[in-house]
Design a protein around this ligand. Structure first.
Ligand code: PMP
Length: 429
């Protein structure tokens, strides 16, 4: 079964068996020890050093072995290529010229720029809500909102999907609110947990629409039905859906006709919108409440005006261009079909995310290295704790800018890598 398997990017507190020496006697030695622990488990993170190239996406320059290489990116969360879109770049360049680099303060102290105001209005109307609130990232939006609600609503119980993202888990944890974890996408289990509390007990159900590592989608309508029945608020993370689902692209809640039923819609401007930042949208009072009590909103410098201008241009474009979403879905379906046709283990996905199972941390890293070094294809390996041990995978994210030729190249390269891995497996056995 899924869930409760140490998912969710949980870095966790130090484990007893990880402490081999007293840190106070040798701080540097302690850090080095812990890092070599990660390396031994094959989950020490190595970043690909990239230079994006406007006009060439999904191609980029990758600096390794002291020189640049031209590679094709197959794991970007710039899902629609809006991060290099002329409409966005022009808006940002113009805003830098007119408004400068930084916002100049926190939102409360001279840092509310007119672009922030315009963007919040645009996001609110996109989500069919009274109001929206910007944060410096989607992570901060989740963390701050859940922490604020959990800490400020007496006796709130937060019902949290077992596959929720680390930013939600940390927000709930730091709120110190009571938490009930329901099995991933399991509405029956959710109902069992809801039933434990009387109707007058305050409740919030926190979940995502598209889950980014498996590519599955939550039963939003059923969860909203339960929320109505048990008098709970709903909190929906649309980070991996915004821009890509629904007639105007506001997310899966729109696609499923559930937008108005969700209490709080949260998302990022860093993925399909192509820039950076996060937001929530909800009722006027709810948003004003988080604006007024949310430390992670109040006590930090606001986003640069050009970021807000770029996101604004991107959202306005995305609303009007459903054909981009249609093409995106077609590309993802084509990649899945092509990989399955040659017998590669594509995991079941009902979204634009194409996970290919490897099932071993070291082999996953080797597959990624081979793709890069031999085929100039960049797909980052996904290892524990982002996914459960034994389900290490390559997570492929096709975009509307991946051509048939790019797909042919990917299929050939993966087949070659799988052959190599087969040899490795036999050698190891
Ligand atoms: N929620 C989910 C489901 C995510 O995957 C992520 C991170 N990629 C975030 C929130 C945080 O968003 P951001 O990258 O904008 O901080």
């Amino acid at each position: 079964g899924k869930g409760s398997t140490g998912k969710n990017h949980r870095l966790g507190p130090v484990q007893g068996n990880e402490i081999r020496r007293n840190p106070a006697m040798d701080y540097e030695g302690y850090f080095a020890d812990r890092l070599s622990g990660l390396k031994n488990e094959g989950r020490y993170r190595v970043f690909a050093d990239l230079e994006r190239q406007v006009g060439a996406f999904p191609k980029a320059r990758n600096y390794r072995d002291g020189k640049p290489h031209d590679v094709t990116i197959w794991c970007s969360n710039d899902y629609l290529g809006m991060g290099i879109h002329p409409v966005v770049l022009e808006a940002m360049a113009e805003a830098v010229q007119s408004n400068g680099a930084g916002a100049g303060g926190t939102r409360n102290i001279s840092g509310t720029n007119h672009y922030h105001v315009l963007l919040e209005d645009e996001l609110a109307s996109w989500c069919k809500k009274d109001a929206a609130l910007l944060f410096t990232s989607g992570y901060v939006a989740n963390m701050t909102t859940l922490m604020t609600l959990g800490a400020q609503i007496p006796n709130l119980v937060i019902f949290s999907d077992s596959d929720n993202h680390n930013s939600m888990i940390e927000g709930i944890r730091h709120s110190r609110a009571a938490k009930e974890v329901f099995r991933h996408n399991d509405v029956e289990h959710l109902e069992t947990l809801l039933k434990k509390y009387p109707k007058e007990h305050p409740k919030l159900i926190a979940f995502e629409s598209v889950y980014s590592m498996d590519g599955d989608i939550s039963p939003i309508e059923k969860i909203c039905d339960l929320a109505d029945q048990y008098n709970a608020m709903t909190y929906l993370d649309e980070v991996h859906a915004v821009g890509m689902y629904g007639e105007t692209g506001s997310g899966v809640a729109e696609r499923d006709g559930q937008r108005e039923r969700i209490t709080i819609i949260q998302a990022t401007m860093g993925k399909a919108i192509g820039v950076v930042g996060g937001y929530i949208a909800g009722s006027a009072n709810l948003v004003d409440f988080v604006r007024s009590f949310g430390a992670g909103f109040i006590f930090t410098t606001s986003l640069p005006p050009a970021v807000a201008a770029g996101a604004l241009a991107s959202v306005r474009f995305l609303k009007e261009h459903n054909e981009l979403r249609v093409l995106h879905q077609e590309r993802a379906a084509t990649v899945m079909r092509r990989l399955r046709e040659v017998g590669l283990p594509v995991m079941p996905s009902v979204s634009h995310i194409v996970p290919v199972m490897v099932g071993d941390a070291t082999q996953c890293k080797m597959a990624s290295d081979l793709l890069l070094q031999k085929h100039d294809i960049y797909v980052q390996p996904i290892n524990y704790p982002t996914v459960p041990k034994g389900t290490e995978r390559l997570r492929i994210t096709p975009t509307p800018l991946h051509s048939d030729a790019h797909i042919d190249h990917l299929v050939r390269a993966l087949l070659d890598v799988w052959q190599h891995l087969g040899i490795e497996r036999r050698a190891a056995a």
